[in-house]
Design a protein around this ligand. Structure first.
Ligand SMILES: [Ca+2]
Length: 489
């Protein structure tokens, strides 16, 4: 099947009227027999606290990621794709709602009374459920907890297996996980750590009591979901908890936070123990993604499924991990909790043989909020009005000339005094505190580490960005900037 017929097929799926990319020549190409009645499946696989530089295909020298490197060679590697923001819950809120940080309902890691979606919030899972998809979340949620309104099954997911609470998700060897609204016991023996924060008493597991690694369950569940997918199109959100640290392990003297039962190929290296753990966690992700892609191929679904691999925010300095040991932020500066690109620019790989052109590198500027419009276009339905979302379906299907662009991408972070950031073409602006602070301006093409402030030489651009920032931020009484860090999630 050549690329034109595949694109024609995609145009039919998406509804040619709404997809400007579908030129006359592509529309006239015959579609395959199964095309018109089977919208594109979407699989979104997301690591937790993995940096831009952690994959071989993004320049990593020490950690082995052969499957993800091959995924990029068979698909499209993005160089300028951003998370929602720089920590877990709000980045996921942007992903689920298609609303940037000035609009999205969950804007921080916080107590479960506010770190939750409410019934009126509309998620990409609800959009796809309404469009006839079966929807599944496997892994960490972070947008609703036991006893509140944000549970995945109440926010558009037909099936959920994993963690609700992010402190629970610190522990890679939990003694229970959730299946839908029921607790599933696991044989790990958890010892409670000193009480932390966020409505959950986290814990640590001694090496001899680590029986089941939750990530391994998530790969297995993902494989089984794909094998049993049936006839309906599906949206599978695989939300991993690696290589996030178990921050509770820092509170005991017999463990470190990069907990894993086997250091694998890194066991005998002369590295710090947490570094071995970090590398082993990343390589375990690589194996898991390989299993998921293999399963799609074995089930004959690869040619009708768009798979994305990314991470929710930049690399962490938690649980004994040193992100500089691996150069985890790649060419950028900053880590998790920064709005410099090290905190928010993500590895982002799109894969789908027959859908995504092979071996391409794209500098399209997008972010997590774009999933909603992309999913709507793939499903052939209308996205809600007033989103901060631009479909990236044209660029991932090789129709770059039809790809719409954001005027600017917008980010906020409510800790560390409150930070606003904007990506605008080649420029990046950072302002702290909100509204009143000086705007720093950087050219991230020439200066990816954002070291040379060129605001003084570019007053018109700075003024344009200031206007955009002021308009983008819609106050929410639940979320106000704080001086310190809310909690290590
Ligand atoms: Ca994270």
């Amino acid at each position: 099947m050549n690329s034109y017929s595949l694109i024609g097929r995609l145009c039919l799926l998406a509804g040619a009227v709404s997809l400007a990319a579908c030129s006359q020549s592509t529309i006239n190409e015959p579609a395959s027999e199964t095309s018109a009645d089977k919208p594109l499946n979407i699989v979104w696989i997301m690591a937790d606290d993995m940096g831009y530089g952690d994959l071989g295909v993004y320049g990593q020298q020490k950690i082995q990621t052969p499957n993800l490197d091959e995924m990029a060679q068979q698909g499209m590697k993005f160089t300028d794709f951003y998370a929602g923001t720089t920590v877990c819950a709000p980045s996921r809120s942007v992903l689920m709602t298609g609303l940037h940080m000035g609009h999205t309902p969950v804007r921080g890691n916080a107590d479960k009374t506010i770190q939750t979606l409410v019934p009126d919030d509309f998620t990409v899972a609800e959009l796809l459920q309404d469009a006839g998809y079966q929807t599944a979340l496997i892994g960490k949620w972070g947008l609703g907890d036991d006893g509140n309104t944000g549970l995945p099954n109440d926010q558009g997911f037909d099936y959920f297996f994993g963690y609700l609470n992010q402190v629970h998700a610190h522990n890679h060897y939990p003694d229970f996980l959730w299946r839908n609204k029921e607790k599933v016991p696991l044989p790990n023996v958890v010892e409670p750590a000193p009480f932390g924060y966020m409505s959950f008493h986290g814990g640590v597991v001694r090496p001899e009591n680590r029986k089941v690694n939750s990530s391994d369950l998530f790969y297995q569940e993902s494989v089984e979901f794909i094998q049993n997918a049936g006839e309906k199109p599906f949206f599978l959100y695989v939300s991993l908890t690696s290589p996030h640290a178990n921050n509770e392990a820092e509170k005991v003297d017999w463990a470190h936070g990069m907990e894993i039962d086997d250091y694998g190929q890194y066991a005998d290296l002369d590295w710090p123990e947490p570094a071995k753990g970090y590398a082993a966690m990343v390589s375990r992700i690589d194996e898991g993604v390989g299993q998921i892609l293999d399963t799609l191929e074995q089930q004959g679904l690869a040619e009708n499924t768009l798979v994305i691999f990314t991470s929710d925010n930049g690399p962490h300095e938690e649980g004994g991990n040193d992100p500089y040991f691996f150069n985890s932020s790649g060419p950028f500066s900053g880590t998790k909790r920064a709005l410099t690109d090290g905190g928010i620019r993500m590895p982002f790989i799109a894969w789908g043989p027959g859908i995504v052109p092979a071996g391409k590198v794209s500098d399209h500027i997008g972010y997590f909020g774009d999933l909603m419009a992309t999913a709507a276009e793939a499903a052939g339905v209308e996205a809600p009005a007033n989103l901060d979302s631009v479909s990236f379906l044209p660029v991932v299907t090789g129709q770059e000339e039809a790809q719409q662009q954001h005027e600017m991408l917008y980010f906020e972070f409510y800790e560390m005094g409150g930070i606003q950031a904007v990506r605008y073409g080649d420029y990046k602006a950072i302002r702290t505190p909100f509204h009143t602070g000086p705007i720093q301006l950087f050219n991230v093409v020439d200066d990816p580490k954002e070291q040379l402030d060129i605001a003084g030489q570019n007053p018109e651009i700075v003024a344009r960005i200031a206007t955009f920032m002021d308009k983008a931020h819609v106050p929410d009484p639940r979320w106000t900037p704080s001086a310190g860090a809310a909690g290590r999630d």
